[in-house]
Design a protein around this ligand. Structure first.
Ligand code: ADP
Ligand code: MG
Length: 438
């Protein structure tokens, strides 16, 4: 008999959502079809009951479409899994939840206008868990410190509040989901539930991850209620305001609104500079203020990119054995600054080359053949070809109407000379990186 199941799987996939499909349909194996019965293999009894309750009707209808006759589904429990479980092989060790990043503390969190509300709310919760704002919902864009604040709460509770680490649970919504799926598969739901419900504080990161995942939302809802009813503290982070998370259950949204919602906004320049200084101090690095401002104004509001840039600059300066300067920062951050830069045009190239060699733009475009002007002109032509899409003729026009043969000759000459003359090569590279970082 054909594998009827492989015929109907794509159809189910188009009907139910992707997560349900992965969790519930993909693991099903087709075994046999005879006498109007379709035999399928499922991992365990929980799984079977779930299918019966939620998917049997769709499955039966689809099978009927294929076989053109009424069909009953018969379930077979997967044997080897049962056996393995008895031997204790399958049981996955639960992850450790309560390890907080020691660097993510309130002391290390720089407070500015954009995050002071969220910071204050987290501090209040850490000082008085379950009593002030419950639940606390923190939302804000990527890299703005949500995970940092959750860890800060954990660190604070352990250090100042004598809370035992195994009564605090930090978990990302993604890990929560994976653990849930595993618990369902291996019939460990009781353990799963108990583990969360015995916590005094639940810190759950990136809740938007469970959007669209019905079963996870349902389970989280029950966990939430169990904790909330016992006045246990719940803190949730998200990249969006509850109402703006799509495919999110209304009952969960409204629960989040029971407590306090605090946002973290994009950082202003001063806060970015303060964060850089703090990080530099932490790493024992001398960071001049002008460089801090340069980095802060060229990196978007994301603290992670801010820190990444600083790390790269520090690494570069120690590799090269030079001090940290704006030029070094510009060189290192070329790829980041690029996103904000203007389009590279021949005019821009001419401008940069002229200023680098301290000659007049009108001279570059002229026909003067003195060496001090000729070389910069050829460099500018070479870079125009390399950094823009202009044709040789197009470039010629921008240089006071020169023909394409002249342009070609110049490009070739600079290409060749760079192989021999190190200082020319360096100058060209230097100009190129300036052009790219304007
Ligand atoms: P999110 O979880 O919001 O995406 P993270 O908490 O992971 O962001 O923050 C990214 C990085 O930026 C972390 O290294 C964090 O320590 C740092 N960071 C974010 N905000 C601040 C801040 N206000 N002060 C100091 N470091 C910060
Ligand atoms: Mg995070």
């Amino acid at each position: 008999m054909d594998d009827i199941f492989s015929l109907i799987k794509p159809k189910i996939a188009s009907i139910i959502n992707e997560d349900s499909y992965k969790t519930w349909i993909e693991p099903i194996q087709f075994a046999d079809y005879r006498d109007g019965k379709c035999f399928i293999v499922v991992p365990n009894t929980f799984f079977r009951d779930w299918i019966i309750e939620n998917f049997e009707q769709i499955l039966t209808t689809l099978i009927k479409d294929v076989t053109k006759s009424d069909t009953k589904i018969e379930y077979i429990l997967k044997k080897e899994e049962k056996a393995e479980e008895k031997k204790g092989v399958v049981v996955k060790k639960p992850l450790k939840y309560n390890i907080f990043n020691p660097r993510y503390t309130f002391e290390n969190f720089v407070v500015g206008a954009s995050n002071q509300f969220a910071n204050a709310a987290c501090l209040a919760v850490a000082t008085n868990p379950g009593k002030t704002y419950n639940p606390l919902f923190i939302y804000g864009g990527v890299g703005l410190g949500k995970t940092h604040l959750l860890n800060a709460i954990g660190n604070f509770l352990i250090k100042h509040n004598n809370t035992s680490a195994d009564r605090i649970c930090y978990i990302t919504a993604e890990v929560f989901t994976n653990e849930l799926i595993n618990s369902l598969r291996y019939e460990k739901m009781e353990d799963f539930r108990n583990r969360f419900r015995k916590m005094d504080i639940l810190l759950i990161d990136d809740i938007q991850f469970i959007a669209g995942k019905e079963r996870t939302q349902a389970e989280f809802f029950h966990t939430f209620n169990a904790l909330y009813d016992n006045m246990k503290q719940i803190v949730v982070t998200s990249d969006k305001f509850p109402r703006d998370i799509e495919n999110f259950e209304e009952r969960l949204r409204s629960r989040f609104e029971w407590g306090l919602i605090a946002d973290i906004q994009s950082l202003d320049l001063e806060t970015k500079v303060a964060i850089l200084n703090k990080k530099a101090e932490y790493e024992n690095v001398e960071l001049p203020l002008d460089v801090a401002f340069f980095i802060a104004s060229n990196v978007d509001d994301n603290v992670r990119s801010l820190e990444g840039s600083l790390t790269r600059i520090v690494a570069f300066s120690s590799l090269k054995g030079t001090t940290i300067t704006i030029d070094l920062a510009r060189e290192v951050m070329g790829h980041l600054i690029k996103e904000k830069k203007k389009e590279i045009t021949i005019d821009l190239i001419i401008e940069e080359v002229s200023s680098y060699f301290s000659i007049k733009i009108s001279d570059i475009k002229s026909n003067k053949r003195v060496r001090s002007i000729l070389t910069p002109r050829q460099v500018a032509m070479y870079l125009s070809r390399k950094l823009t899409d202009s044709s040789l003729v197009g470039i010629g026009e921008k240089f006071g109407g020169k023909d394409h043969a002249t342009i070609l000759h110049s490009i070739k000459k600079i290409e060749d000379e760079q192989k021999i003359k190190k200082d020319l090569k360096r100058a060209v590279e230097n100009i190129e990186s300036r052009i790219k970082s304007t």
